[in-house]
Design a protein around this ligand. Structure first.
Ligand SMILES: [Zn+2]
Length: 140
């Protein structure tokens, strides 16, 4: 994990049991499956809580994360297209119409609007058979 990735952490206020606002920090974890972590710390009563999430970031956290750090697309060049598509379908649970639409966009960038962690996961799944580049999306 690079320094930049290690420091890619969003924060937001959350209500604490003591009646004041605590601070929730959260970010993406690298791994074979998409994971995330969150930690809550209340400076008023000292309460702390940590959690590791499975699968994808919850939608509200994901939206905040993209607002803070931007979204990316994935450019995929070279490699055997059938195998690339097989892996992408398995990884992303794509239905056939979505898979065909994605295939028409290759070499990409495809899957724009992804978080950095999602893009890293896709790169890891394809890096042995294709050239995969993570491309920042144009600001909306
Ligand atoms: Zn508190």
């Amino acid at each position: 994990m690079s320094l930049a990735e290690a420091h890619r952490v969003s924060t937001r206020p959350v209500a604490c049991g003591c009646g004041r606002d605590a601070v929730e920090s959260f970010g993406e974890s690298k791994g074979p499956t998409m994971r995330w972590w969150a930690a809550i710390r209340c400076d008023h009563c000292g309460a702390t809580c940590e959690a590791d999430g499975g699968d994808a970031l919850p939608a509200d956290m994901r939206a905040r994360f993209i607002a803070d750090f931007g979204s990316v697309g994935i450019a995929i060049r070279g490699g055997p297209i059938p195998e690339i598509m097989r892996r992408l379908r398995a990884l992303l649970d794509l239905e056939m119409p979505a898979a065909l639409a994605l295939k028409r966009q290759l070499p990409g960038p495809v899957l724009t609007g992804s978080t950095h962690g999602e893009a890293e996961r896709i790169r890891a799944a394809l890096v042995d058979i294709a050239e995969v580049t993570i491309v920042p999306d144009e600001p909306a």
